[in-house]
Design a protein around this ligand. Structure first.
Ligand code: FEO
Ligand code: CA
Ligand code: CA
Length: 627
């Protein structure tokens, strides 16, 4: 397969194309049959132990609540859409805040045009491509948004003559500069929120920005390269997907599909962990042909320096970002930090690949406001989640004793450590969101067509289990857990499924979804999630938007809001055809929501030329807070 087509695959398909795994059976076909024979096989079709979850009647009160209440969330839920527009409920409006290529400094005015690539010298002076996780910070009375630019679309970002493949080192630099992280100041003006061009806080962090490695893996032989023989200084944070915010007001950016940036121009080394992490073969963008740092035949350790959570201080534009190796190395989705009842810092972390794991980091020291935070993300223990069939669960510590690996290997090859202790293979853990009103956290398990079909990349069994109960899971589910003693640092928890997405108009078995899914709110592939301060769960989707067959009636990707207490879920927003919704934060006064629209289709939002990934603002006409 040529790189021209490689970069057009989804990240998951890209990995599987580079390292195909044997199928164990043919459940896909079984499910295809189920579609045409629905109503005959019912829920009995090969759902195994998961049937027990559906039988608990967790949400049996929900449909009654729907019948007797009107507008439980204060807005009339909207219909699905299939057009190239953003839709929000009556009484709300939306507006584009910033698009790919918009200037962050006045010297980059005019950098973007509809018919030419962004000039390479301006490419790190503009808002980047494919907006993703974001957080808002109040600094000295000003509002700063830190936001990820996850990946690039070379066919759009490079000159048309390049046909989607960089031809020069400068074109690689252009792609590198359009990714990473943006810090930008925003302010409410008479015309609504605007990005403050030339704010002293504005900053771009790209694949070339210097940062440091911290934690136990820093300085180890596994992370030493010819450019950095000490293994302490790294260039770039890449494939920045979800985000997090520390208790002390810094930004956490999460390196997800980092493996795809590396390729071999010469003989391919057999690096430890390469197979498990999908490293090898051709790079997605061809970086390795122009920059030896990305060529694993030259720098076999460079991939070990990525796949981390990176901490950035948005308040100090000259601060050096820090890769926190103690939080493990895998395809990090987001990093949800909570302050445990016992004072320690807990960070929940998903590894977004089919059949990979959900993790938790617990600091050794406690956090106190104003106290030193220096060691809190360097000195602690990683755990992997094990979900038991009886709706209890436990966090299994990844230590030398439990894994047979040394402490440093556990951080570099975290996936192998999790396999060694027998964590539960999951249906692609995406964002984790913690309820601000009680000790409870939620993880979106977006979908997993390999559930019950293929092992994960480490060969671990992915048979259905109680928390991932559907073979060839096309719709996804959201699991939530309550830690023992209301202490997020406790090792035991109780869990249930908050929602099982599905299509009740097509299926009457487990693929119809849980009782809180109906024809009026159905969706697939939950991904981004965040709680508002009022304790409502906002759910963003990145799924199938074809609106056909088993996805018929779901329309474009959407943002919904869920009530943790009643289970009720209502559709709040739909985004243009082609786009996913990702990234959500609120203004300090909670009156405006910032929402990311990634990889839109058509010519959104300009109405002509290429589509441009953008952040939009949403507010209520009555000016009331809703966040
Ligand atoms: Fe970048 Fe798992 O989404
Ligand atoms: Ca995501
Ligand atoms: Ca996504």
């Amino acid at each position: 397969m040529s790189e021209n087509s490689l970069h057009e695959l989804s990240w998951d398909e890209f990995d599987e194309a580079r390292s195909p795994r044997p199928e164990e059976n043919e459940f896909d076909q079984v499910v295809e049959n189920a579609i045409s024979r629905r109503g005959v096989l019912g829920g009995a079709l090969a759902f195994g132990s998961g049937a027990a979850v559906f039988g608990t009647g967790l949400f049996s009160s929900t449909s009654m609540a729907r019948a007797t209440e009107t507008l439980p969330f204060g807005f009339a839920p909207i219909d699905t859409a299939t057009d190239f527009a953003v839709h929000v409920p009556e009484g709300f409006s939306s507006k584009v805040l910033v698009r790919l290529g918009d200037p962050l400094w006045s010297d980059a005015q005019g950098a973007y045009s509809a018919d030419a690539a962004i000039p390479v010298e301006m490419s790190d002076r503009v808002f980047g491509e494919n907006t993703d996780g974001m957080e808002l910070f109040e600094v000295n009375g000003r509002q700063l948004i830190a936001v990820n630019s996850e990946y690039v679309n070379p066919k759009i970002n490079l000159p048309p003559e390049a046909e989607g493949s960089p031809r020069t080192a400068a074109e690689v630099t252009l792609l590198k500069s359009l990714q990473g992280v943006t810090v930008m100041e925003v302010a409410n003006t008479s015309g609504g929120y605007e990005v403050l061009i030339d704010s002293p806080y504005n900053r771009r962090i790209t694949h070339e920005t210097e940062m440091v490695l911290a934690g136990p893996l820093a300085g180890h032989a596994l992370v030493q390269t010819s450019a950095d023989p000490q293994g302490l200084v790294v260039k770039g944070t890449m494939n920045n997907c979800g985000s997090g915010k520390t208790l002390w007001g810094t930004y956490l950016t999460c390196e997800e599909n980092f493996n795809g940036y590396f390729g071999a121009t010469g003989e391919e080394p057999v690096g430890e962990g390469y197979a498990r992490y999908g490293i090898g073969g051709e790079g997605r963008y061809g970086y390795e042909k122009f920059d030896p740092r990305y060529d694993i035949s030259v720098e076999p350790n460079e991939p070990h320096r990525h796949g981390f959570v990176t901490e950035i201080d948005p308040a100090d534009p000259s601060s050096v970002p820090v890769k926190r190796t103690a939080l493990g190395r895998f395809k990090h989705e987001n990093a949800e930090m909570v302050h445990a009842k016992d004072g320690r810092v807990v960070v929940y972390l998903g590894d977004d690949e089919r059949g990979e794991y959900l993790y938790r980091y617990v600091s050794n020291d406690i956090y106190t406001e104003g106290g030193s935070t220096e060691a809190l993300l360097d000195d602690g223990t990683l755990y992997v989640a094990k979900f038991n069939e009886d709706q209890t669960g436990e966090w299994l510590a990844l230590t030398s004793e439990t894994t047979g690996m040394d402490a440093v290997e556990i951080l570099c090859f975290t996936r192998m450590a999790a396999s060694a202790v027998g964590g539960t293979t999951m249906d692609r853990p995406e964002w984790v969101a913690a309820n601000p009103l009680k000790a409870e956290a939620y993880c979106a398990l977006t979908n997993n067509k390999n559930r019950g079909v293929k092992p994960n990349a480490g060969g671990d069994d992915t048979s259905v289990n109680a928390v991932n109960p559907r073979e060839t899971n096309k719709y996804g589910q959201i699991v939530r857990w309550t830690p023992a003693d209301e202490n997020h640092a406790a090792d035991m928890f109780a869990w249930d499924l908050y929602v099982m997405a599905g299509n009740p108009t097509v299926y009457d078995n487990a693929y119809a979804g849980s009782d809180n899914v109906n024809a009026g709110n159905m969706f697939n592939s939950p991904d981004g999630m965040a709680f508002s301060s009022d304790g409502l769960l906002w759910i963003q989707t990145d799924g199938n938007y074809k609106n056909e067959d088993e996805f018929e009636g779901m329309g474009n990707n959407q943002m919904l809001v869920g009530d943790p207490e009643t289970g009720e879920i209502a559709r709040f927003m739909t985004v243009p055809y082609g786009a996913e919704v990702t990234g959500l934060c609120w203004s300090v006064d909670k009156m405006v929501a910032f929402v990311g629209v990634q990889h839109p289709g058509g010519s959104w939002p300009d109405g002509e030329g290429n589509p441009r990934s953008s952040i939009i603002t949403v507010q209520r006409h009555d000016g009331a807070a809703f966040g």
